[in-house]
Design a protein around this ligand. Structure first.
Ligand code: ATP
Ligand code: MG
Length: 334
């Protein structure tokens, strides 16, 4: 029997699921490659743990940025490594359903499809991430009812209103939670004169950031190095600094959602007003983001349970539907 695989490769994390076994992989979008042989050494957490510990011929790559592949060959190897980890043999010629941000260009879509084929997939179907999210949330996407979803990832942010199985209005930007990390790292370097490891910067964001600026934990003390001489030091980082790092991204996201809603036809807009909108993606967990968006738009906002898994759940549902439809075709074929 052909194997069906759902794959959601994100800027920060990658998820893989099969219809039979559910989510099998949910780890960083990273792959360690032996550049002398071309072999995949590790994927996901295994690759993350190798950062800074590899001999010169092993290189750890992050082949995605802003929601798109930045290196075709490395992406193909990452997918092959994922198949391997999930016990999917190249010979099984899997059918793959993959997410793609709605703002992906034709070239980016082709690159993603080809990378999966090079990794051994027989057939690749692409589903736009916000639509997959709406399906994963169990919203009535096939009905003539407007459902609004805001998908906030590490490298891309999208908002859509779906109805009758498709996206009616939408907006997307190549910004996300990782841009907050970038802004915070810059502030720490320029204002405090220290360099902080990316993983620590992300932790600071997760523990101190709040969309409304109300202080959660007042400050954190973290390890850093001075910019000038590289001397190890401890720095105290307060939530004000983190809030300043959030500013540009938050403004852009609020504007994006407002624009989408103001573009939505009146009847669907009425549906959104009465039914509210749902936030998904990892950045949806930012404290008080629901309140900020509700205040800006006047629409009720809720955050999905396990928001970072909503897209892969939607893709998994697509797989199940696909196999049941295939079963129908087989019935008719007899
Ligand atoms: N509590 C939190 N507050 C703020 N950000 C958070 C929180 N929890 C997770 N994040 C951020 O969410 C991001 C991961 O989200 P997600 O897994 O949806 O991204 P992705 O799918 O890899 O990226 P994309 O789909 O944009 O390519 C990370 O940048 C992470 O730091
Ligand atoms: Mg994503």
């Amino acid at each position: 029997m052909a194997l069906d695989v759902a794959l959601d490769i994100g800027t920060a994390s990658t998820r893989l699921a099969t219809a039979q076994r559910g989510v099998l992989f949910n780890e960083p979008t990273m792959v360690a490659i032996d550049t002398s042989s071309g072999d995949v050494v590790e994927v996901g957490l295994g690759a993350l743990e190798l950062v800074g510990r590899t001999p010169r011929h092993v290189v750890v790559f992050r082949p995605f940025a802003q929601g798109a592949t930045v290196d075709f060959d490395v992406t193909a190897r990452l997918i092959a490594g994922l198949f391997d980890r999930a016990g999917i043999s190249k010979l099984s010629r899997a059918r793959v359903v993959m997410s793609v941000p709605s703002l992906a260009t034709a070239i980016e879509r082709r690159a993603l499809r080809q990378a999966a084929i090079q990794a051994g997939a027989r057939e690749v179907s692409l589903v736009e991430s916000p639509l997959a999210a709406a399906i994963g949330l169990g919203l009535p996407v096939q009905d003539p009812i407007g459902s609004a979803v805001v998908l906030l990832g590490a490298g891309a942010s999208e908002v859509v209103v779906v109805s009758l199985g498709g996206i009616v209005t939408g907006r997307a930007r190549r910004i996300g939670s990782s841009d907050v990390d970038g802004a915070l790292a810059t502030l720490l370097r320029v204002q405090r004169g220290v360099v902080v490891a990316p993983r620590v910067v992300e932790e600071l964001k997760i523990t101190l950031a709040d969309a409304t600026g109300s202080s959660r934990a007042p400050q954190e003390i973290v390890a850093a190095r001075t910019v000038d001489r590289g001397v190890p030091v401890s720095v105290e980082v307060d939530s004000d600094l983190v809030h300043r790092a959030l500013g540009d991204v938050l403004n852009a996201l609020v504007r994006m959602v407002e624009e989408c809603l103001s573009d939505t036809p009146p009847d669907l807009s009425q549906d959104v007003s009465s039914r509210g909108m749902t936030l998904a993606g990892g950045f949806a967990q930012l404290s008080n983001l629901d309140g900020l968006l509700a205040q800006a738009t006047g629409v009720d906002v809720r955050v999905a349970a396990q928001p970072e898994l909503v897209v892969i759940q939607g893709l998994q549902y697509c797989l199940e539907e696909m196999s049941s439809l295939h079963a129908l075709f087989r019935e008719a074929d007899r």
